[in-house]
Design a protein around this ligand. Structure first.
Ligand code: AMP
Ligand code: GLY
Length: 417
């Protein structure tokens, strides 16, 4: 089969890696790919958001399957366009991807179908939002409605901070159009947990749980990032919580989307918080998380292509997911300064010598050598029978990899959030 993966990060590297292990994949392309993906797939210089060019490429190269990994092309309707062109594709339609592309839509969906989430109000004007804040207790959470690379959420500790956040979204257009509508919600407490599930519109099967570490610095300090590292499993869930999450969150969401006429096919992401009142949904995403995918997929024993086929053909209920027992950890090495301004163009040393799986994100090849080209640069993976061991192994490998101004957290897997 001739397969095309869309995207250019560490997530797309691990997806390409897993697909490259499938005996049924005869040719693998990635658009646009990166320096690491180039070693397992042919990288095609088409942007993930260039819908017309992707459709044209898939047609001209007789692609048998397109795997759309990032949120932007999903929200832009790449899956719909490929389906119209009769090209087989894995990922949700734009209608189903709205659970990620609009926080207002996802909150209203949860309310309509009784799916547990933080209390909230939605605003389309600054003055109404400011007036509402006056009556609320702090801390409080302010969220831009649209896609903002994981950065559109502000947890305000004081009324002044909350007002400033609202002002920055409406008047200063800090997140562009994504902030034209703002969700203000109750601040929840508890450990966070990510559950990813494959879905075929009717059935969803969860993968091993994971935990992302979103803040840039140790001890969950610094700004929110796309994710600085992840572990699996993400928590030691009680049977009761597991059942609750499966029924009241995962199955309830899949059923809700089906009833709304937006059946979800692809990978659905549940960002959860384990609050004292039970698990609640913090956010949905319409795709694999990054770096959660890098921590989960190497543990998956199934052929990823078999699962993708089952989702597309609506026979996921026949699939049994098989994960290697134990635990995994991946540590993101980023360019110093990320998620704010950072420098790129630095040569990376030690990837091959590190002795583990390294998924590349912001890298490119210059004269055959990997060079930094983005904020999150590498994701260093290790697995073991237990989590402590997996964490230790991944940090041992991190020590062997070098580039100028490299920044990584030293507490992945060791902090509660
Ligand atoms: P989101 O992009 O919605 O996942 O939010 C990013 C991060 O902000 C989450 O991973 C949480 O750490 C935090 N967050 C979002 N919503 C809430 C909330 N209602 N209460 C507490 N923390 C939150
Ligand atoms: N790691 C969080 C995300 O992919 O949205």
């Amino acid at each position: 089969m001739r397969v095309l993966v869309i995207g250019s990060g560490g997530r797309e590297h691990v997806i390409s890696y897993k697909l490259s292990l499938s005996p049924r994949v005869t040719k693998l392309y990635c658009a646009p790919g990166n320096g690491g993906i180039a070693s397992i797939a042919e990288c095609v210089p088409i942007k993930a958001t260039d819908i017309d060019q992707i459709v044209a490429f898939a047609k001209s190269e007789s692609i048998d399957l397109v795997f759309v990994a990032p949120e932007d092309p999903l929200a832009l309707g790449l899956v719909d366009r490929l389906r119209e062109a009769q090209i087989r594709v894995f990922g949700p339609t734009a209608a189903a991807a709205l659970i990620e592309a609009s926080k207002a839509y996802s909150k209203d969906l949860m309310k309509r179908y009784n799916i547990p989430t933080a209390r909230y109000e939605i605003f389309d004007s600054e003055s109404k939002a400011l007036a509402y804040l006056e009556s609320q207790s702090m801390p409080i959470v302010i969220k831009a409605d649209g896609l903002a690379l994981g950065k559109g959420v502000i947890i305000a500790q004081t009324l002044d901070e909350a007002k400033e956040a609202v002002h920055s979204m409406f008047s200063e257009k800090k997140f562009g159009q994504a902030g034209d509508v703002v969700v203000i919600e109750e601040c929840l407490n508890g450990p966070e947990l990510t559950i990813l599930a494959f879905a075929d519109g009717e059935t969803a099967i969860p993968m091993v749980s994971s935990r992302d570490h979103k803040r840039a610095l140790d001890n969950d300090l610094g700004k929110n990032t796309g994710g600085m590292g992840a572990i699996t499993p993400g928590a030691d869930l009680s049977e009761e919580d597991e059942l609750f999450i499966n029924e009241k969150i995962i199955d309830a969401t899949i059923l809700a989307l089906k009833q709304e006429g937006r059946p979800f096919e692809g990978v659905i992401y549940f960002g959860l918080m384990l609050t004292p009142e039970g698990p609640k949904v913090i956010e949905y995403n319409a795709r694999f998380g990054d770096p959660e995918a890098q921590a989960i997929l190497p543990r998956l024993r199934n052929d990823l292509l078999d699962i993708v086929d089952a989702c597309i053909d609506h026979r996921l209920s026949e699939v049994v997911l098989d994960f290697k027992p134990g635990a995994s950890c991946c540590v993101v090495m980023a360019s110093g300064g990320y998620p704010d301004a950072y420098e790129t163009g630095y040569e990376i040393f030690g990837i091959e010598e590190s002795g583990c799986l390294v998924f590349q994100a912001g890298t490119k090849l210059v004269s055959g050598r990997p060079v930094t080209s983005g904020g999150r640069v590498l994701c260093v993976y290790a697995e073991s029978e237990n989590l402590d061991d997996a964490i230790e192994k991944s940090y041992e490998s991190v020590q062997k990899i070098h580039f100028n101004n490299a920044h990584y957290r030293t507490d992945i897997g060791r902090t509660g959030k």
